[in-house]
Design a protein around this ligand. Structure first.
Ligand code: FPP
Length: 254
């Protein structure tokens, strides 16, 4: 298999990525960025300090993913269940896009990154949406890595809505029941147009999927680490990629 030396950041070579195989980079990597609260508690800090530190980690991992040729990086940033958290924490999480994009957008544009959102606008405050939509607009012609924020996203809601859309199309005579296929269903999901994730990373030691891309993860390779998201570095990311490259994906075959 061909080998290529990868470079990242400001052209500093990182040993741990130099042994990755160029022709077996996962196209789509999804990350459940968990453990911000515990990271903060361990340091005697408020939970929101953990989210802030987690936000700072987003660009680092995005650039690492881009440098090795990942095409889509989906980050689970806010779930439909996260509304149950205390209001001040929800408010803080909703303020992060306004902080993140003005801070990082220029570098992301320079890197040809395109921002996308998977999730529902309903319920998200106007100021948060404005920041996200502005970033989507400013990067819409970029052709590099797609940085896809799963924000106000939940998989069961997504699947229920896709089902509803399909039933509606059947009622309207646009779709015959016998023409219902996996593809027709996928096309009605929030992730329509994106390939399924090849690799899912979850930080913080929790071994759950937590209502994340239940349909899309059917054949995704899973990789878990005990590290909390704010301490998950580029080298940990490359470690996950390396392990992915050692897996044999059989998709149910032999
Ligand atoms: C889970 O950790 C993390 C979240 C609910 C939020 C993740 C968001 C970010 C990392 C920043 C996203 C950045 C932008 C720009 C939107 P937790 O709070 O559940 O941690 P715990 O399990 O230790 O309490």
């Amino acid at each position: 298999m061909s080998q290529k030396k990868f470079w990242f950041g400001k052209k500093k070579q990182v040993d741990s990525q130099s042994d990755l195989t160029e022709d077996n980079i996962p196209r789509h990597v999804a990350i459940i960025m968990d453990g911000n609260g515990r990271w903060a508690r361990r340091r005697g800090l408020p939970r929101v300090a953990g989210h802030h530190s987690g936000m700072k980690n987003v660009k680092k991992i995005t650039i690492a993913a881009d440098d090795i040729g990942v095409e889509i990086l989906t980050l689970y940033a806010f779930s439909t269940e996260n509304w149950k958290r205390p209001q001040d924490e929800v408010d803080y999480l909703m303020s992060l896009p306004q902080e993140f994009f003005p801070l990082e957008i220029e570098e992301l544009i320079e890197k040809n990154v395109r921002i996308r959102m998977t999730g529902w606008k309903e319920g998200v405050p106007g100021h948060t949406l404005e920041a996200v939509e502005n970033a989507i607009e400013r990067t819409k012609h970029n052709t590099g890595l797609i940085l896809n924020f799963a924000f106000n996203y939940g998989s069961r809601k997504e699947m229920t809505e896709a089902m509803r859309a399909m039933v509606r199309d059947v009622q309207l005579g646009k779709l015959k029941p016998e023409d219902i296929t996996e593809e027709e269903y996928s096309n009605r999901l929030q992730t329509s147009g994106l390939p399924d994730p090849d690799l899912l990373i979850r930080t913080s030691g929790e071994l759950r999927i937590s209502n994340f891309m239940l349909w899309q993860l059917a054949y995704t390779e899973l990789w878990f680490t005990d590290l909390y998201w704010p301490e998950f570095s580029e080298n940990h990311f490359f470690e996950a990629i390396r392990e992915y490259q050692n897996r044999v994906r059989r998709y149910g075959g032999l």
